[in-house]
Design a protein around this ligand. Structure first.
Ligand SMILES: *Cc1c(COP(=O)(O)O)cnc(C)c1O
Length: 379
């Protein structure tokens, strides 16, 4: 099946009892058994829920994976991956990534004896140099949040896999419509479904997709044992979001391209971070592993004073000042004080995330209105 058809139909089979075309929200905690141990495959809703299973089937299909698992948030999905590890194991992680992932690694898991090494994963030789006999996992994010750095997924997999190291890619920024890391050798794909998959800023959810059945069973065991499962209504919302993911992503990409180019020629703008520029250091890799460049853009003003940055951030009217991304509506965000405030300032600056960086999640409104809004705000 082709992409658009998969997105509309994956996971959805008419309800056998009524013919309802939409998967019902099975709002139940348990299932009645006809005799002890005699049931229809459903015992308790932390382990099995039909709405969640329908979503997990769809998640697998859109990421070209054999299996999908849904979690109560993106960080809960990340948490499950790290729980595959043991004390003494080492993880190589990207030095520029979502602040909440960094916080989970440094503030929660480091104290259980798991070691995290942060490297610039866009430089394969630095990843190679960081590998030790204890390395068990490479955690990638590409494009990165918020600097839009591109890591060559296939090159990292070619390096890590022969050494028995698993590779997990946070694919939130690209969405499955633009990039499928499993096709380049990754073992696990992680998404914050809160973002493009849900797409309407009305749900918190995460997911993992994978091809290996043993790995799937280990992660399913963690999912039900630790219990970070999403509720059925949230599963319904993400399932509905997926049906229009292809249409939304096309518009995010079109608007993103227009705004990135407009910003770049603006005399008050110093730098624009967007992987679709031919002189972006990751452009050729992005061309190879992505089908489009998405709607995430970061930029810096020439006047980098805190006052001016704050003024622009507070002056838009279509772009809403808020954390998060990937919804139909456009958002503007200040990573240093909002999404990435949990990363220590020296660490941020070292990785190129300045105090005056502004991040845009370009929505699916009319590009002309969005440009007019930014023009008025930047002045
Ligand atoms: C939002 C986000 C997460 C965390 O997901 P939640 O659903 O907020 O828990 C992880 N990675 C990236 C890239 C994100 O943008």
């Amino acid at each position: 099946m082709k992409t658009a058809t998969t997105y509309v139909h994956a996971g959805a089979t008419p309800d056998p009892s009524t013919g309802a075309i939409m998967t019902p929200i099975y709002q139940t905690s348990t299932y009645v058994q006809s005799a002890p141990g005699q049931h229809q495959g459903y015992e308790y809703a932390r382990s099995q829920n039909p709405t969640r299973f329908a979503l997990e089937t769809a998640l697998a299909a859109i990421e070209h994976a054999r299996f999908g698992l849904a979690f109560s948030s993106g960080v809960a999905a990340t948490d499950a991956v790290i729980k595959l590890l043991q004390p003494g194991d080492e993880v190589i992680a990207a030095n520029d990534m979502y602040g909440g992932t960094y916080r989970l690694f440094t503030k929660v898991f480091a104290k259980f004896g798991i070691k995290f090494t942060y490297v610039d994963t866009t430089q394969i030789r630095l990843v190679a140099a960081a590998i030790s006999p204890a390395t068990k996992l490479v955690w990638l994010e590409t494009p990165t949040n918020p600097l839009m750095n591109i890591t060559d997924i296939a090159a990292v997999c070619q390096l890590a896999k022969p050494q028995g190291i698993k590779v997990c890619v946070d694919n939130t920024f690209a969405s499955p419509y633009l990039q499928n890391p499993l096709n380049f050798g990754a073992d696990i794909v992680m998404h914050s479904a809160t973002k493009y998959l849900g797409g309407h800023s009305d749900v918190i959810q995460g997911c993992l997709m994978m091809n290996d059945e043993v790995l799937r069973n280990e992660l399913y065991f963690i999912q039900k044992s630790c219990g970070a499962v999403p509720g059925p209504q949230d599963c319904f919302l993400v399932l509905r979001g997926i049906k229009t993911l292809h249409l939304r992503m096309q518009q995010h990409c079109q608007n993103g391209e227009k705004i990135a180019h407009w910003l770049r020629q603006h005399q008050k703008v110093a730098k624009v971070y967007w992987p679709g520029f031919e002189d972006h250091p990751g452009y050729s890799i992005a061309k190879q592993q992505m089908r489009g460049f998405g709607g995430m853009i970061s930029f810096e003003l020439k006047n980098d004073s805190p006052e001016e940055t704050k003024r622009v951030l507070s002056s838009t009217s279509v772009f809403a000042l808020a954390e998060s991304l990937g919804g139909v509506e456009s958002l503007i965000n200040h990573p240093a004080s909002m999404t990435h405030a949990s990363i220590p300032r020296e660490e941020r600056l070292k990785n190129g995330l300045s105090d005056h960086l502004i991040r845009l999640s370009v929505g699916i409104e009319d590009a002309e209105d969005l440009i007019e809004d930014l023009a008025a705000a930047i002045g």
